[in-house]
Design a protein around this ligand. Structure first.
Ligand code: GLA
Length: 292
């Protein structure tokens, strides 16, 4: 995992090390969307686009933390995002529970309710390098993704709306493949939303990351229909890990479970609308093991 050893750097702009992202993970084109005939304008913080909740996203706000005294060690974080925050409609009450599973998983359960129709898409932006040493790149890591398709993007990393089959492309990770084997043929590296096969809202294993040297394995389980595979393309040594190592290009990666980027403007993508009286509920588990 990659992170800082003090709170200060977390309050700067990217890279969102280990962050809880909201209200909307990834991008919304031009920071604009409509619900019914009402148009909303969000803060833009990534060129012309809205990224990861805006200027002060959920990664930079103060959450109320409470331990849950149960048989399983858990932490509850809650936050009321006020109507109009970063341009989003509705008072959004959010609760995120982190707990350990008895098979070496970190379970993250997200819940939210609203008092006005709004959009929600929460994720976790942890970075991984399974060598345990961020001086090494993630090129040798083997990635397997249960995704037959992905959402191609334009120059600003906004999906075009197409769901393109991965077959025969450098995006095909249906069988475990070294990340570095085809990364250079993808401009800038991987930063794409994968369309998870057979996603139906139930908790399923969707990704397996293996580091051959150490035998470490990370499994990602989720109820979400998509996952952003980001190969650390914007890491440039500017941020120093808690171990004192500057985090360089492609030395850590993210597997961000999510609804697809820019869904509020893409009617063909699964909806991210949340209405009053309904509850947003999703779950993701990151599970660690070592090959025998
Ligand atoms: C996500 C985005 C990337 C980048 C990182 C943070 O993965 O898709 O383009 O913004 O977050 O640096």
């Amino acid at each position: 995992m990659v992170g800082f050893d003090s709170v200060g750097p977390y309050l700067q702009s990217p890279p969102y090390f280990g962050a809880l992202i909201g209200r909307y993970s990834n991008r919304i084109a031009a920071g604009k969307f409509s619900i019914g005939d009402k148009q909303y304008t969000l803060a833009t913080n990534n060129g012309a686009n809205h990224l990861h909740g805006g200027l002060v996203g959920f990664d930079k706000v103060i959450w109320t933390a409470a331990p849950i005294t149960d048989s399983i060690p858990s932490l509850s974080l809650s936050y009321l995002s006020k109507d109009g925050e970063e341009g989003y409609p509705g008072n959004l009450q959010v609760q995120v529970i982190y707990s350990l599973t008895d098979d070496d998983g970190l379970r993250i359960q997200y819940e939210a309710t609203t008092d006005q129709p709004t959009i929600v898409n929460l994720t976790n932006h942890s970075y991984f390098n399974l060598t345990g040493d961020t001086k090494q790149t993630i090129r040798q890591h083997l990635l397997q993704l249960n995704a037959d398709g992905y959402t191609p993007v334009d120059k600003g990393l906004i999906p075009t709306g197409e769901i393109r089959p991965v077959a025969g492309t450098p995006f095909d990770f249906r069988t475990a493949t070294a990340i570095g084997s085809r990364m250079d043929s993808v401009e800038g590296g991987y930063d794409h939303n994968y369309v998870l096969t057979n996603a139906n809202g139930s908790l399923q294993k969707v990704a397996t990351l293996t580091e051959p040297g150490s035998g470490r394995i990370l499994e990602v389980w989720t109820t979400e229909p998509g996952i952003q595979f980001y190969s650390g393309n914007f890491l440039d040594g500017k941020f120093v890990n808690h171990t004192g190592t500057p985090v360089q290009l492609h030395t850590a990666l993210c597997l961000e479970t999510q609804h697809f980027p820019d869904s509020p403007n893409k009617k063909e993508f699964p909806s991210t609308l949340l209405e009053p009286g309904k509850k947003y509920v999703t779950e993701t588990i990151y599970k660690i093991s070592v090959a025998k």
